[in-house]
Design a protein around this ligand. Sequence first.
Ligand code: SAH
Length: 216
Amino acid sequence: MEDNYRHQGLRKKLIENIRHKGINNQAVLQAMEMVPRHFFFDSSFLEFAYDDKPFPIGAAQTISQPYTVAYQTLLLDVHKGDKILEVGTGSGYQACILAQMGAKVFTIERHKSLYQKAKTFLPTIGFGQIKVFYGDGFKGLPAFAPYDKILVTAAAPYVPVPLIEQLKTGGLLVLPLDEGDAQRMTVVRKLPEGELQMKEHGAFRFVPLLPDKSNE
Ligand code: SAH
């Protein structure tokens, strides 16, 4: 896949735009500058790849808005070597941003077609180290737990208990909470003795986390 000067220029502009919207974390912005977002788009839609907007990726799902990716990544406080579980692989873009920042990334997707696409596609763009799984993210991925951080990229109606269980003590869970049109971006910290500290960070809009495969 090609990443030419035009793509790079558009990406620089997008990053500037996100910076102006208030994301001033250099590590996050740098990772977003390194990962070509247009790789995750069908060639006929390339022109949309560097708009700060979500975009359909098939199976009635979307690649998250770049600002939202930046914001969730910021809240996750990613450090090199962090073991991170992402719920909702989608296009795989968010997983690549985390991997670009040096995290060990596990990601789970409930749509078989999206799972298969991400699993075969990510190694072709140099992100073969990301472990992609097919399954229900409400249950997490217990086989590889515990995680330093867990990121949910679809709207959760409540905090799923398995995700808390699979988090290390001191670890962070970032998730958009609530059903309906708007979600509260929420950061949950797991304290010693299993206590939870919750903080809210404004309203966002996500596709819902779906508990079973009934509408595939
Ligand atoms: N992180 C993605 C955007 C994800 S959109 C990206 O960077 O492109 C939300 C994704 O969550 C969709 O792909 C949807 O299929 C998936 N999803 C919804 N419910 C899920 C569940 N219970 N378990 C795992 N994935 C789920």
